[in-house]
Design a protein around this ligand. Sequence first.
Ligand code: CAA
Length: 379
Amino acid sequence: MNFEFSEEQLMIQQAARDYAQRELIKDVTERDAKAEFPANHIKNLGELGFMGMMVDPKYDGGGMDTISYVLAMEELSKVDASVSVIMSVNSSLVCYGLEKFGTEEQKEKYLRPLASGKKIGAFLLSEPEAGSDATSQRTTAEDMGDYYLVNGTKNWITSANSASTYILIAQTHPEKKHKGINALIVDKNSPGISLGPHEDKMGMRSSDTHSVMFTDVKVPKENRIGEDGFGFSFAMKALEAGRIGIASQAVGLASGALERAITYSKERKAFGTVIANHQAVAFKLAEMAVKIENARNLCLKAAWLKDNHKPYGIASAMAKQYAADIAMEVTTEAVQIHGGYGYVKEYHVERLMREAKLTQIYEGTSEIQKIVISRDLLK
Ligand code: CAA
């Protein structure tokens, strides 16, 4: 066992930390208040090689490993989880799925601009009545010979407006249930696509989330990923990878909150001394640190398994469930340590707490991760 990072991994961690602490921090509160999409930051992160950091350089990706990705996600998420979710959906759901299962032509046409950050991708699985229960897809992709005709509505789509490329999960053969589902690559500008209003979210407010409506949208047959009926397995495989990203995001939210709580508790005085000298506060900090360390190690283990081509679906579900749940606990404790100051925007911890909540919900709720883990234990 080796717990040391390589020079390259440390360099990537430092580059992400520098960008987050120097650039993201400047306007994060304003973007959160205005729910403003971080277009300039996404462009910069693309130029720095973060948007497709794990994609093979032959498709204009960064060629980095998943451990590096975990480290970068943590650093960016300490400051701005809206930016990091756009990166995570693009990298570990969309780019990963295309690179792993797409044809050479699909990779040339769609993966290359997504991996270089010139374009953004979105993953369209959730529906008004199929969120956790993902096999119950109602959006249809009717087989019309040389194209699919798509009708239906997708909900809660991260980057729905800013993305150019959609990976759409839709039902082609309802009688076959989940074995009749397909994954299609769809150009966002295709005729028949319309968006619902920007969702006014509690947290991650500057990532753009919308419903997407499809009315008689024609998608060429060559845009199907994998064999006919592969779509549900594709979605599950993509989510195994995606959940490592969200788990690392949760670790970042928690560690960002802990760093702020440590700084504050060494400055703020009460009862004649800084509050860090009160054991009630110091023990909270210790408990927060242990939880973060555990969550980080789960993320790194899942990443290591993926990098070493071993099954990692259960590890990524464990990392996602644990990291998301402790992110909620740790950010809540950080607000508590800050007292009244924790409840106002200037100290950032209330935003981290709002953002942490979403990590327990998207890419499979904490309860869904427990279904995945317990089924594996009991099989
Ligand atoms: N890899 C490959 N195949 C898998 C799989 C995996 N990890 N997990 C399940 N499958 C297969 C099963 O083997 C089964 O196929 P067979 O019948 O051929 O054996 C099929 O999928 C159906 O599986 P289940 O019988 O287990 O189905 P289920 O309905 O009982 O449960 C579930 C499935 C795990 C709960 C699944 O529906 C799930 O993960 N739901 C959560 C969906 C989710 O994460 N949504 C998030 C939306 S994306 C998002 O948030 C992106 C964003 O913008 C941030």
